[in-house]
Design a protein around this ligand. Structure first.
Ligand SMILES: [Zn+2]
Ligand SMILES: [Zn+2]
Length: 96
């Protein structure tokens, strides 16, 4: 079970709901990645516990290209100087 919370950039109005760090869902471990197509952050399952092939893609633009998001420096992928932080308000989802 992972806790997904709203993350917000402090410089632009970009926000996303996700774990924001390496985590695990029922389907397998996840890492936060940045879509190379539309520069959004999403939690990507890195491998399946069952060994099944994961054919994941961005739900927004259907790109399969991605880079891992540097969740330690928390740089915003949408603007230059923004830092992403957890927002106290908004959505908390318990994902599994
Ligand atoms: Zn930003
Ligand atoms: Zn995308």
């Amino acid at each position: 079970m992972a806790k997904w919370v709203t993350h917000k950039c402090n410089s632009c109005d970009y926000s996303f709901v996700g774990s924001g760090k390496p985590d695990a869902l029922m389907m397998g471990p996840t890492i936060p990645v940045v879509c190379s197509g539309c520069n959004i952050i999403y939690d990507r399952i890195t491998q399946s516990y069952t060994g099944a092939d994961l054919d994941m893609f961005c739900e927004d633009c259907e790109s399969k290209e991605f880079t891992s998001w540097d969740y330690k420096s928390k740089k915003c992928p949408q603007c230059k100087d923004g830092i992403i932080g957890e927002s106290g308000e908004g959505m908390v989802i318990l994902a599994d």
